[in-house]
Design a protein around this ligand. Sequence first.
Ligand SMILES: [Zn+2]
Length: 561
Amino acid sequence: MIRQSKKFLKIIPLGGLGEVGRNMTLFEWEGKILIVDMGLRMPEEDMPGVDYLVPNTEYLKGRAKDILGVVFTHGHYDHIGAIPYLLGRIWRPNLPIFASPLTRGIILKRQEDFPEQPVLKIYQVYDKSRIQLGPFRIEFVRMNHNIPDNLGLFIESPVGNIFHTSDFKFDKTPVNDLPTDFERLRSIASRKILLLMSDSTDAEEEGHSLSEKKILKNLEEIFKASKGRIIVATFSSLINRIQQIISLSEKYHRRVCLEGYSMRGNVEMCRVLGYIKARKGTFISSRQIERFSPSQITILGTGAQGESEAVLMRIALKEHPYIKIRKGDSVVFSSSVIPGNERTVQIMKDEILKQGARVFHYKMMDIHAGGHAKAEELKKMIRIMKPKFFLPIHGQYSMLVAHSQLAQEAGMKDKNIVVAENGDIINLSPRKIYLEKKKVPANYIMIDGLGVGDVGQVVLRDRQMLAKDGMFVIIVVVDKETGKVRTSPDIISRGFVYLRESKRMLMETRKKTIAIVERATGSGRAVNWSYIKDEIRNKIGKFLFQKTQRRPMVLPVVIEV
Ligand SMILES: [Zn+2]
């Protein structure tokens, strides 16, 4: 009996705490692990060439047999996007995976882009479905968000019941979805919640989130006012928004041209599964646009973040084969800008304005800002669930702290709230919740092209250096016999200075290089080439800094002949 009470359930967030994105959480009991979500995150501005950041799964290395299963809450990439990069690392045949029909569809659609991946068998779960994975009994609970088929998790564990909200908002008037079922939430709460894990994305925002119906009204104003074409840029996973644009287009007698690979793919998949409804003949191809008058056209594509490959950028830069911005067009950006993309988006907006279109920027239609509960709703969730303990999840550290303050306003005791970070081990028992001193690895794993984790801090530092001050290559040919430098060293530089205008500095650099080499080779001792290279790197680096106050990456190449 005493032993029993000492046992703790371990909850280990590998991503999503202290950041927006990269959501992934482990629940471990007696060495057996349940995984919830495997998301990705966009890289920071100072990570040149990095495509995505994904969670570090080192803790799971060699433990595939201990993984009971993987459960996905919804189809946004910050919850499912790391699958192609991480699943192979924890893979075993018959690994049970669970997702709602739409989430499953989005996952499988994306897997088509990664043909070397194992074929995934994903079991479909719905609102009220129940599954048993080892010691965990999970009941799925429909939650409103800005993508359909979003599921919260009611987890019965050996230490008590946990409610994981997934991303959520309360919505009494959603579009194409059922309103929040408060009765259901209350009935779950009546089964006693030991721990509530709740979405913190909008914890710093006062009041209530906008209902999808209200967002639809805002969008409709644009449709009412526009005489020309309407061009909307949004995320291809923002299914509710896409549906709203399609419905409004139909209402205002516009045809919809879907542009972009991911947009077309997602819409097609959602139509097959019944999550997007459109009349026959609503969709046209970009080649058919000219057959209609501007007031009969909506163009729906990706690129509100200024992504260089996305449709809107290609249109703005006049690189699109069929679609050019015209006077009278209305261009709608349906997302707030992810930090780091501001400048690109600004440039793109200016380009569009110069070409005569009107620009609407709707922050509240964002994938993050539009889909998440704000302060009053978050407090309401806590009041409904009446948990003993509280763990804010999904958000920057400041959002987690704001959420913990809301929990106190909703009547929770400070000591029953844990603000944790990625890699923390949260121990939970019926009486106690605490963080272990030790942590599991949770640093970023960077994805660059096909490489998973092969771009580390060293490569990144090199890229930052190259991006900031360029590079400077010095090629020295040395006579093996005499130790003398044969000809004047060659210099190649990129992104540092314009060589033709720096002749004097280059001459001095050559002279210095020859002196460094011949001092080292002239002593009659065995020649240490790596020492010579280091000397060139350090001394020439210093010299160039004195002359320019810049620090290019100096790459010495020494050739013996
Ligand atoms: Zn989401």
